[in-house]
Write a protein that binds this ligand. Structure first.
Ligand code: SAH
Ligand code: DHB
Ligand code: MG
Length: 230
């Protein structure tokens, strides 16, 4: 986490960014409030990070998005708003209570026609998507961290050249460099980054972030044309 004063400063700067750069957004604010009232864990992406997801989806021209880990639907709304009216977003959530909060938030955002919430464990839901021949232009991986390498494997199967894959929370206070960590969230992050780095079918980077959520980072990968085995 660094010194507590650092987190105060990062949070203050996030507040500044939210005030100066991001537009006031009653729908997103109400979704945060509803998630807080429902006592969901306060681990949604920050507004500035949500806006980045939105911009990535827009610049990609995404029409079909897959999200793994819905929580209260905060990142879902940012991503769903990047889609054209005939776009679609599938979001997978294991916890039925989280999904219920998300459903209301997504409806309040007017995105119920675009967003399909699948309640279940992602590793149980993803094979069905593949069997249905689903293909996505952007995949946002943000669920249980130990499974990240598995999710990345599914994301590769469910995307096409030019698709983006984003993995949240891969730096975790810098613990990602702890090779001997016994924390399976850390080993999960290390494993997905090693998988990404060793896979010639993606070009990727990791960006470290600070802000109101502390010190973390995300991986961004673009799927290349060269896809051994496809
Ligand atoms: N993307 C959200 C935050 C997701 S938090 C946002 O930024 O707004 C992670 C979510 O993943 C939690 O709601 C948790 O219940 C869910 N989750 C945990 N394990 C899961 C699994 N195996 N399959 C699907 N969802 C899971
Ligand atoms: C945690 C999970 C997240 O997706 C996140 O963005 C931050 C924290 C967590 O499980 O601690
Ligand atoms: Mg996250």
């Amino acid at each position: 986490m660094g010194h507590p004063a650092d987190l105060d400063r990062w949070t203050e700067v996030d507040g500044y960014i939210e005030t100066v750069v991001l537009a006031p957004d009653p729908v997103l604010e109400e979704s945060q409030a509803a998630s807080r009232r429902a006592e969901l864990p306060e681990i949604a992406v920050s507004p500035a990070q949500g806006a980045l997801l939105h911009l990535l989806a827009r610049t990609r021209g995404a029409r079909r998005i897959l999200e793994i880990g819905t929580l209260g639907g905060y990142s879902t709304i940012w991503l769903g708003r990047a889609l054209p009216p005939d776009g679609s977003l599938v979001t997978i959530e294991a916890d039925a209570r989280h999904a219920e909060v998300a459903e209301a938030n997504i409806a309040r955002a007017g995105l119920e026609g675009i967003v399909d919430i699948r309640v279940g464990r992602a590793l149980d839901v993803l094979p069905g998507l593949a069997a249905d021949g689903a293909e996505f232009d952007l995949v946002f991986i943000d669920a249980d961290k130990p499974s990240n390498a598995d999710y990345f494997g599914w994301a590769l199967r469910l995307t096409l050249p030019g698709s983006l894959i984003v993995v949240d929370n891969v730096v975790r206070d810098g613990t990602v460099v702890d090779a001997d960590s016994s924390d399976d969230r850390v080993t999960g992050s290390r494993r997905v980054l090693e998988t990404i780095g060793a896979d010639p079918s993606v070009t990727a980077t990791v960006v470290q972030t600070v802000g109101r959520k502390g010190y973390d980072g995300f991986a961004v990968a673009v799927v290349e044309d060269h896809r051994p085995g496809r």
